[in-house]
Design a protein. Structure first.
Length: 487
């Protein structure tokens, strides 16, 4: 077989584009069914709730979709047990309930704008991609975003969603979340503001509240002026990507490692005064054909013959283009993610990143070499870098600057759980803590010195457990987390 790197580049790109364009027919259905956007819902017509990867399902006894604060308060007050859901993008059962489920899709208004302090107050059901567009019209922007922006604002903040960049923490960081309003169990509204010192103990708990303190109605955000970013992407070695200058000298840096290789896609994003430079054809090829259609098609085929995975990873690495893009910051930081995969992600101390890569590589080789039930790591591993969070009680990055280490498995591959568990052992060995919205198995509460303070706030705000569910109950009981729940 001739290696892609030896082919005439134009012919190879043309052939890949044909494969990718054909595959888009299949992957477009995934986009319609799984990429939760403005026109879709996480609740089916028959009343079943399903998260985006299908591993968490429930059939709530009551579904409520309030469009005003008063309707939200009435729904919460009337419920015996209640959970809110936004986009259903979490891999965990944090929104799971068989009782009352509140859909926040109609709570999307920007309630107040302070152009001097660069601050906005927003209803918590607002989707991030919708908020980004409206902020751009106001000349404002969120300073650091992840590459998925279909989540609701409340869901992203309540689970500690993050981007990459050493100047910023997560979306739950105290520098970003200035205030919150929560509807409590009795329907009353609790208003918290960082300018009021008496509010800080409750606000520090609510910023990353896991959905168990109350239903978040609004969030007040500290923003930055709208700006453009220049994105540069290229193939590099793992050793190059791990050089500290990469994440210290760039505003935003991340990389994707291809299993069974030492190759990574390195991506830098830096603030620029240059105007937008949109290369539509190249962007289509890179973002949709390679990152979605080709990736999804290759992995679907490889799942039928898993021993093809190492060659598939080498092929995908060779497809990584060298490209430059300039656009609005939120458009450069986010991407379409149509290929569905299960995911585990931990924040590890920054100085343990290289060690964790070695540990991960060893686990990959060991599982592929097993005589019985071998498992082949089949998805690029993503690494992002951020400063330690301030102003909340449950941040995985609390106390140290961190490398976010993400491992995923395409949904067509069986046997991922034992692999994830083995990787989790290594992540814990290097001092990691799990992302609250991604899969994890070992109960992590002992890793958080402030968890007792958080539990005390929860008991104060919700003494009868109206906002509790299997996710909260297992955390409080010290039990292992369940990541596969059916109706």
């Amino acid at each position: 077989m001739v290696k892609p790197s030896m082919l005439n580049r134009r012919r190879f790109i043309q052939a890949s584009a044909v494969v990718g364009a054909t595959a888009l027919v299949t992957e477009a259905k995934v986009a319609t069914d799984g990429d939760y956007g403005a026109s879709s819902s996480v609740v089916a017509r028959d009343g079943e709730f399903c998260n985006w990867t299908g591993n968490i399902r429930s059939r709530p006894a009551s579904m409520v979709r309030p469009s005003t604060l008063a309707e939200l308060q009435a729904a919460v007050s009337a419920a015996v047990k209640v959970k809110a859901v936004g986009s259903g993008h979490s891999f965990t059962p944090c929104a799971h309930t068989n009782e009352t489920m509140i859909q926040t899709d109609d709570l999307t208004e920007i309630l107040a704008v302070d152009p001097v302090l660069l601050r906005v107050k927003v209803e918590a059901g607002k989707k991030l991609f919708e908020l980004n567009d409206e902020l751009a019209e106001l000349g404002l922007a969120i300073p650091s975003l992840g590459d998925v922006v279909v989540q609701s604002l409340a869901g992203a903040i309540s689970t500690g969603t993050h981007g990459t960049g050493m100047a910023w923490g997560s979306l739950s960081d105290g520098a970003f979340v200035h205030g919150m309003e929560l509807v409590l169990a009795d329907g009353t509204l609790l208003s918290l503001d960082a300018d009021r010192p008496a509010d800080l103990p409750l606000l520090q708990a609510a910023r990353l509240g896991l959905g168990c303190l109350g239903i978040v109605y609004s969030i007040t955000l500290n923003l930055v002026p709208a700006h453009n970013l220049e994105r540069r992407s290229r193939l590099m070695t793992l050793a190059e990507a791990l050089e500290p200058r990469r994440y210290h000298s760039n505003d935003h840096f991340e990389f994707f490692r291809f299993p069974f290789t030492d190759k990574v896609q390195g991506v830098t994003r830096n603030i620029t005064t240059a105007p937008p430079q949109k290369q539509l054809l190249r962007s289509f090829f890179a973002k949709l054909v390679i990152e979605n259609a080709c990736l999804g098609t290759i992995l679907n085929v490889a799942s039928l013959r898993p021993n093809m995975v190492p060659r598939a990873m080498a092929l995908l690495a060779d497809l990584v283009p060298s490209e430059v893009q300039v656009d609005r910051s939120e458009l450069v930081m986010s991407s379409k993610r149509w290929v569905r995969a299960f995911e585990i992600e931990y924040a590890i101390p920054l100085d343990r990143a290289a060690e964790m890569q070695e540990r991960y590589g060893a686990v990959v080789k060991a599982f592929a070499a097993r005589r019985k039930d071998p498992y082949y790591a089949n998805f690029p591993t993503e690494c992002r870098f951020a400063r330690g969070d301030l102003g909340n009680l449950l941040s995985p990055t609390q106390g140290h600057d961190s490398c976010w280490f993400s491992v995923a498995s395409h949904i067509s591959f069986a046997g991922y759980e034992s692999f994830f568990r083995a990787v989790e052992v290594e992540l814990l060995e290097v001092g990691g803590r799990p992302h609250w919205g991604k899969m994890f198995y070992r109960n992590p509460v002992e890793l958080y010195p402030d968890f007792a303070a958080f539990a005390k706030v929860r008991q104060h705000l919700d003494p009868h457990g109206k906002f509790s569910n299997v996710y909260v109950e297992r955390l409080l009981a010290g039990e292992e987390m369940k990541n596969d729940l059916s109706v």
